[in-house]
Design a binder for this molecule. Structure first.
Ligand code: 6MZ
Length: 354
């Protein structure tokens, strides 16, 4: 695995027996953003094609594409989480046609699900539908679902991400499309809230999540990812009765108690939190709190490309000895794998339809 970063160091420290244990362990990847998981080799290929064939489908200049890719290749310098979000405009310029989106999705699915030792047994991939000059948001979702269909519903599901910056019209449109696709039998299993954690007004979102839930879609929310997220906002998001939560790094006592009471699964992304500097060390990571409380968690990659990781790499971070890892036992790591399989949206009880 050609990765470098905290996960690579943890992987290198394991014995062949431990690596074999991780490879064979049944596990689900439940928090992977499509456009953060595209292999760099495909982005380079798409960049060459983009630069060679003006006029462009996006207003992003060739220079921005080149420097964006260089940044991703060198290992992005992220001093604070806001720096992370600047990586995406270059990627989005390259993934703006149905054909480039299909190629990107195919490459990500291969990365997680193909090969002698697939990274996971089940992948819930998430993506934010984008409207470009070449496709509508509905086309975007249909293209991604078309690629997932090659692997089938036993192995894959799509989560539609809503961005915190979306306005009411776009939110309504997206949730309407998701409900339609689900009613057509497509493998659209849930709705996510993501994007710059300091942006947006969370108060107005209830209606969209209520609609999604009534249609039988699972709900996962990026929550309390930074210290700047106020406790009232966190409580507001918890009041939307999410099935899972992304990160949940800065929950106060009241929020933690609610999460424990509702047994809401936490999607934990160790490399992401370390590299975005929202958690200083593995020693102080909130995963320890949830392990102590025997609370459901799922270990996930978030964005495999910028965070230089893979799902086995994230599992290695649990198994490796401190300071490279958390030093958990194989039995503890196995239990985390089982929890991830349990928390799949495909396991949600069938919604009672009105
Ligand atoms: C919040 C994140 C994220 O949707 O274009 N995204 N949002 N926190 C994170 N953790 C660091 N990582 C990724 O994938 C890329 C988009 O996912 C969200 C951001 O909105 C990013 O633009 P898609 O496939």
């Amino acid at each position: 695995m050609a990765i470098a970063g905290p996960a690579a160091a943890a992987l290198r420290s394991l014995t062949p027996e431990q690596l074999n244990f991780i490879q064979k362990l049944p596990k689900a990847e439940l928090h992977a953003h499509l456009n953060g998981s595209i292999p760099i080799s495909l982005l380079q290929e798409l960049a060459q094609e983009y630069i060679a064939s003006p006029p462009h489908t996006s207003s992003i200049s060739d220079d921005i594409i080149q420097s964006g890719l260089k940044n991703l290749l060198d290992g992005p310098s992220i001093n604070e989480i806001a720096d992370f979000f600047t990586l995406f405009p270059a990627i989005y310029a390259l993934i703006s046609t149905p054909s480039s989106l299909a190629r990107a999705t195919r490459a990500v699915l291969r990365l997680f699900l193909d090969g002698e030792y697939p990274q996971c047994d089940y992948l819930e991939l998430r993506s934010t539908p984008k409207e470009t000059s070449e496709m509508t948001r509905e086309t975007y979702l249909r293209v991604v679902l078309g690629e997932l269909a090659y692997y089938g519903k036993q192995k894959t599901g799509l989560i539609m991400s809503l961005d915190r910056k979306m306005g009411p019209e776009v939110l309504r449109e997206c949730v309407g499309i998701a409900i339609k696709l689900k009613s057509e039998g497509e493998s659209l299993v849930g709705v996510d809230l993501c994007g710059d954690p300091t942006a947006g007004d969370m108060e107005a979102l209830r209606t969209y999540f209520d609609d999604a839930r009534s249609a039988g879609l699972g709900i996962t929310l990026h929550i309390a990812e930074t210290l700047q997220n106020p406790p009232q906002e966190t409580l507001q998001l918890l009041s939307y009765s999410p099935d899972r939560l992304g990160h949940a790094t800065f929950l106060d006592e009241q929020a933690k108690n609610l999460v424990l009471k509702n047994k809401t699964c936490i999607e934990i992304c160790l490399s992401s939190n370390l590299l975005c500097k929202t958690v200083p060390t593995l020693e102080s990571h909130h995963i320890r709190y949830y392990l102590q409380h025997n609370h459901p968690i799922a270990i996930c990659t978030d964005d495999a490309l910028p965070f230089r990781t893979s799902l086995p790499g994230e599992y290695a971070l649990m198994l490796a000895q401190p300071p490279l890892g958390l030093g958990l036992s194989e039995a503890e790591v196995k239990a985390v794998g089982e929890m991830s399989m349990q928390a799949r949206f495909k396991n949600l009880p069938i919604a009672e339809t009105a």
